[in-house]
Design a protein around this ligand. Sequence first.
Ligand code: BGC
Length: 405
Amino acid sequence: MTTFPTSFLWGASTAPHQIEGNNINSDWWARESAMPGMEPSGDALDSYHRFREDMQLIADAGLNAYRFGIEWARIEPVPGRFSNAELAHYRRMIDTAVELGLAPVVTLSHFSTPRWFAEEGGWGAPTAVARFAAFVDRATSVLDGVEWVVTINEPNMAAMMTMLQQAARAGQLSQWQSPTIDGTAERERIAANLPVPDLASARPFIEAHHAVRDLVRKRTGARVGWSVANGALTATPGNEDKLVEVRHLWEDVYLDASRGDDFIGVQSYTSQQVDENGLVPHPEHPDNTQTGAAYRPDALGIAVRHAADVTRLPVLVTENGIATADDTRRIAYTADALRGLAGAIADGVDVRGYLHWSLLDNYEWGHWRPTFGLVAADRETFVRTPKPSLAWLGRVAVSAGADLA
Ligand code: BGC
């Protein structure tokens, strides 16, 4: 039986830099212009102006939640100078979501930071935690009534990116090169060699999360957590100890740090094996997704069980989806992922919601090729065209999972 609780959140996720457009004061904007091989985000999908239309699509489909972010680079374009107009913009987004019957799930930091923050040394700078706390202190002034706040998106991936950026500054980037270079084989090679986020790179994220958790709770009454990239890692025979070691640095450090939170955000796309040498590079395969990931809808069930096991917290699936040009495949993947999620719920895991990545075919950190969206968008006219998967997910939501069968 694939049933979900009646209070379940059903929705879609986005991130500001990936959809808003013209995020010119952010570090990503600067990086896109400077790095060879990267496509610019440009106008993106102009969601900065079209957020109501985006939310309306979600609501019309029968979904009841929307995860979006507030963009630090817009709110604090210069250190210590906050824009009341931008804060009011995000308040309008929250009010619009509520008006349309969507529970806003608000992310405070989703990979992009102000350019000045990056120039100061980014998350590796001694001032990083205080800078983030000062931003959140101001941001909470518009978050009243929001019930779900994600402080930092995928701190484990962000820590890994910090290591890449530090290598770039030290002129050692050739070890890893840009993780967003196009070409599946090249991406595979790079993905297999990404630096493992060490404890030093994890520390500022953990401190920043802890520094703002109570503040957000007190000011807004929201449930506060963060969203971890869950690799759904499994051991090859005989390598269970190595799995524990590898998983510790890639995700358990961050799951452990969520103790005391109100929920854990799970983000899952694929599963990967660990052998005696560490993560096993995933081979080329006709079933691979557009990002070169293995087609593994069962990853969500594995990820949710592991995150709940380590944290003992309620789970909110803050991202799950597939990069594919074939929407039938998206539906098949999501149906299987949701069956796995229902299985975890049936086994007693407390799951509060499922937010699909992504609402739109958005900017994928350096390029536009992978299409994760429930909705296509023309990048010149910004016309949105819902795909069948959007209505399908809405029907699943309205039937509390019964339509999955
Ligand atoms: C990130 C998103 C990204 C998605 C698909 C997650 O790592 O939070 O920003 O677009 O995965 O790659």
